[in-house]
Write a protein that binds this ligand. Structure first.
Ligand code: SF4
Length: 401
């Protein structure tokens, strides 16, 4: 069966807003949530039905339901959405190779597990962030650390599929010892995948304002480095590999859906603020950005989409930048097939210029472990090289695919 695109579904609802977050979501509850969820469901139904005939009619290779907080959807709306998504994903007799859904630990109970299993969800991605009460409180996370841990124990006992946990470092109120304990706990419970993100202060997020006003203080560079190192040691000791800048997995537990993003494979997106990407010719991609506005999206899902094309040196650089985030790195041969130019002509000989950060392994440029922490330097260099050389190499290249 030929490769099919992947599907991202954005669920734009959360129980409450975390103070650092800038993802698109709103926080209706009770009857307001019921009716907003119904409108959202009808909108994604319409969007899926009207996808171009060439996409999504032959099923989807992987599915990712994210948000927002998909597990916060009212039970009936969630079950109906999953039935709809499953039907489309399995078009043409395809069974998605992976189907992930994001959940907050507070929402996970036996009923949710049954709903997900019945629909065919294979992988749960659980947003924990921290199991330290001070860090949870200052970040606006729902529930106490003890509640979250109890729910994780429930997942370990009742969820038979793969599961992943999101942890953060650099949170106010967090400690290196605490983060090491968190990593040990989730690994001990059986999570086979851990996403380990550093807190970034997003402009306009409540936490940024609290830091600016002095109400909250951020851990300094040394403390953040200690926290990262503490989590890293636990993950390495448990046999996890860092397969992307912020993602660690046991063998075979990497997220296939996210690997498709980093490889710039085709994916479609439904739901407000979702962004799809499909190849639109040799070395070019079409981006489709759904309105980050529930009302506008629901009024006309397809009409709310803003389309743009990424091509030329922008597409080539993005391909390098995304690939270098992963432990697979950039295959020089597939880059040449995709863009009709040699990566060394476009970006310079990165492995020779930055031997401590980028190595040449077979046919691929792969970031060293240190390189994964400091990709900026080679990427800035690569960008200046392609800016300088593009007109010349594009003029003499023959794009072959
Ligand atoms: S639950 Fe997730 S999406 Fe919702 S506000 Fe918190 S971090 Fe953002």
């Amino acid at each position: 069966m030929a490769a099919a695109p992947s599907l991202y579904v954005h669920v734009p609802f959360c129980a409450s807003r975390c103070s650092y977050c800038d993802f698109y979501s709103s926080t209706p509850s009770g009857p307001a949530l019921e009716s907003a969820a119904r409108l959202w469901l009808e909108a994604i139904r319409e969007h899926l039905e009207r996808l171009e005939p060439s996409f999504g009619r032959d099923g989807f290779e992987t599915v990712y339901v994210g948000g927002g907080t998909p597990s916060w959807l009212p039970g009936d709306a969630l079950a109906e959405a999953l039935r709809l998504i499953g039907r489309v994903a399995r078009s043409g007799g395809r069974e998605p190779s992976e189907w992930s859904l994001e959940a907050n630990p507070e929402d996970v109970d036996e009923r949710l597990v049954d709903t997900l299993l019945e629909a065919g969800v294979t992988r749960l991605s659980v947003g924990v962030q921290s199991l330290e009460d001070a860090a949870r409180r200052l970040s606006g996370r729902r529930g106490s650390a003890a509640d979250a841990l109890g729910r994780l124990e429930g997942i370990a006992a009742h969820w038979p599929g793969r599961w992943s946990v999101d942890l953060m470092f650099g949170l106010p109120g967090q400690s290196a010892e605490g983060l090491a304990d968190d990593a040990r706990s989730v690994i001990g419970l059986g999570a086979g995948h851990v996403s380990l993100y550093e807190l970034t202060l997003e402009e306009g997020a409540p936490m940024s304002r609290a830091v600016e006003s002095g109400a909250v203080s951020m851990p300094d560079d040394d403390r953040r480095a200690d926290q990262y190192e503490a989590a890293r040691s636990e993950l390495l000791a448990a046999g996890f590999s860092r397969y992307e800048v912020s993602n660690w997995a046991l063998d075979g537990q990497e997220c296939a859906h996210n690997l498709r993003y980093w490889n710039l494979d085709d994916w479609l997106a439904v739901g407000p603020s979702g962004v799809g990407n499909v190849s639109s010719g040799p070395g070019a991609f079409r981006r489709a950005a759904n309105a980050a506005d529930l009302e506008a999206y629901c009024a006309d899902p397809q009409g709310s989409v803003s389309e743009s094309t990424v091509d030329g040196k922008d597409a080539a650089f993005e391909c390098l930048m995304m690939a270098m985030r992963t432990s697979r790195g950039l295959s020089l041969e597939s880059f040449e097939r995709r863009f009709g130019i040699r990566a060394v002509d476009a970006f310079g000989r990165l492995h020779e210029r930055f031997p401590e950060l980028v190595r040449l392994d077979g046919d691929a440029w792969i970031a060293t472990d240190r390189g994964l922490d400091t990709l900026n330097e080679p990427l800035v260099y690569a960008m200046s090289e392609i800016e300088r050389s593009w007109d010349d190499i594009a003029g003499r290249s023959v794009v072959s695919v």
